[in-house]
Design a binder for this molecule. Structure first.
Ligand SMILES: [Fe+2]
Length: 448
């Protein structure tokens, strides 16, 4: 009897220990799931300056410039350096060369170096090229994007130049991307022009190897009424293929790469129905051939769908004017920055979930010195799927004409942690959206 009682007691103790262990495991796993502590902003970096000679190229970056062509941009102190790029497919063997032009700008007491722009090509797709700038100096190399799917885009806005920026750039470099897309707010120079130079040096290791396609944010404006035009430094330094896409302004343009048509819009230039930008967008969207480019993506700075308390409503006017155009064209994905947090929507149109609307993604979390936008509106709107205030970057892997994989990677303890992901289907394959009753809506895309 006594032994039986002891066995019962032992069993109870074992059960209790087991339950306690399970409880500890549960608490432990919950604790680890919620152990993430949002990091504070990091200081602005001190970016080393190693140039030995005034002819040395610095701040080298490249951008797509029409079909099979690349624009090489760099800066020299010496304004006698020729705007020439020599290039070839073997190191040190330059079988081709192209000439371009150069210019400089003044901003109050600051005088920029000589900014060179040279378009090279035709180039073969998915190939490594070696190049030299100005007939002098070190050799650089880049890889051209593929001509067909799959293609990988790295996407992040509001970069700045802090310790977090350098972490984000490291993660982007690791992701083996083809094209970088930056939805505005690059250097956070904010009138201090030397910070444009340090930003150029910070991003050169990446931006000289892969095309960086950018659009402007509010921090690029740098307007001083009666003294300085808006976007003086941005337009001089980050020349994008606006002429190649029929635009009259560097502040909005489009480009095509590997079956994807990408429209880069300007949140801080006129977008009203009688504006150049609106009319250009009508024309550009009306020419998109979804058989040639099944994917249609739009990028601008101030988000239209934003449930963060920061910058609430700032994109409303542009949205009221331009969202019908994007809807008529059946845009797949819209990327924005400005809000220093991450948010992904369901397909949405006119503030309601809609199967033929675009997926809106806010990715203004590159790492600038202003820090994160940590407060979201409650309750979470129905259109909002995922939102989090952390630094990080996004990767869009367009697998084929129908499927693309989107992932957002949080800079957690300096490691890129995939924190949100989703497969997105292209609307070009949706008979309901392309050939349905809404198709007559395309009339809005034709200028009157
Ligand atoms: Fe911004």
């Amino acid at each position: 009897m006594k032994m039986k009682m002891e066995r019962v007691q032992e069993t109870r103790i074992m059960l209790l220990m087991g339950r306690t262990w399970i409880l500890i495991m549960l608490v432990g796993s919950c604790a680890s799931a919620y152990a993430y502590t949002r990091p504070p902003p990091r200081d602005i970096l001190s970016i080393p300056f190693h140039r030995k000679h005034g002819s040395d190229p610095e701040q080298v970056h490249i951008s797509l410039a029409g079909e099979n062509q690349m624009r090489i941009t760099w800066i020299t102190d010496d304004d006698n350096v020729p705007s020439i790029v020599e290039y070839g497919t073997s190191p040190g063997v330059y079988t081709s060369s192209s000439r371009g032009d150069s210019d400089s700008y003044s901003y109050m007491l600051y005088g920029s170096g000589q900014i060179h722009h040279v378009v090279i090509g035709p180039l073969e797709a998915n190939k490594i090229y070696f190049y030299r700038c100005g007939g002098y100096g070190p050799e650089y190399s880049f890889k051209t994007p593929p001509a067909q799917f799959p293609i990988v885009f790295a996407i992040v806005g509001d970069l700045g130049q802090t310790g977090w920026t350098s972490t984000t750039l490291k993660h982007i470099q690791q992701c083996n991307y083809d094209v970088h897309i930056l939805p505005g707010d690059l250097s956070y120079a904010d009138y201090l022009q030397h910070l444009w130079d340090s930003f150029g040096r910070l991003v050169e290791p990446l931006a000289s190897e892969r095309p960086w396609m950018v659009t402007e944010g509010n921090h690029e404006k740098e307007l001083i009424p009666f003294f300085m035009h808006a976007f003086t430094a941005y337009n001089a330094r980050w020349l994008m293929p606006f002429k190649e896409s029929g635009s009259s302004s560097n502040l909005y343009y489009s480009f095509e790469v590997a079956g994807v048509h990408i429209v880069m819009l300007g949140s801080y230039t006129d977008y009203g129905e009688d504006s150049d930008q609106y009319r250009w967008l009508q024309t550009d969207l009306s020419k998109v051939n979804r058989r040639r480019t099944p994917w249609l993506i739009v990028v601008f700075h101030a988000p239209w769908y934003n449930s963060n308390t920061a910058h609430q409503g700032e994109g409303d006017d542009m949205m009221a004017t331009m969202e019908p155009l994007l809807y008529a064209a059946k845009v797949d994905i819209v990327f924005a920055g400005h809000v220093h947090a991450y948010e992904r929507s369901r397909r949405v149109y006119m503030r309601n979930v809609h199967p033929c609307g675009a997926v809106h993604i806010t990715i203004g979390d590159g790492g600038n010195h202003e820090g994160l936008a940590t407060r979201f509106i409650d309750p979470q709107p129905q259109w909002s799927v995922f939102r989090e205030a952390s630094f990080g970057h996004g990767e869009l892997r367009v697998a084929n004409a129908t499927h693309a994989h989107w992932s957002w990677h949080r800079n957690d303890d300096d490691e890129p942690v995939k924190s949100d992901e989703v497969w997105i289907n292209s609307l070009s394959q949706s008979r309901e959206c392309i050939e349905g009753s809404d198709y007559s809506g395309r009339k809005i895309l034709v200028s009157p």
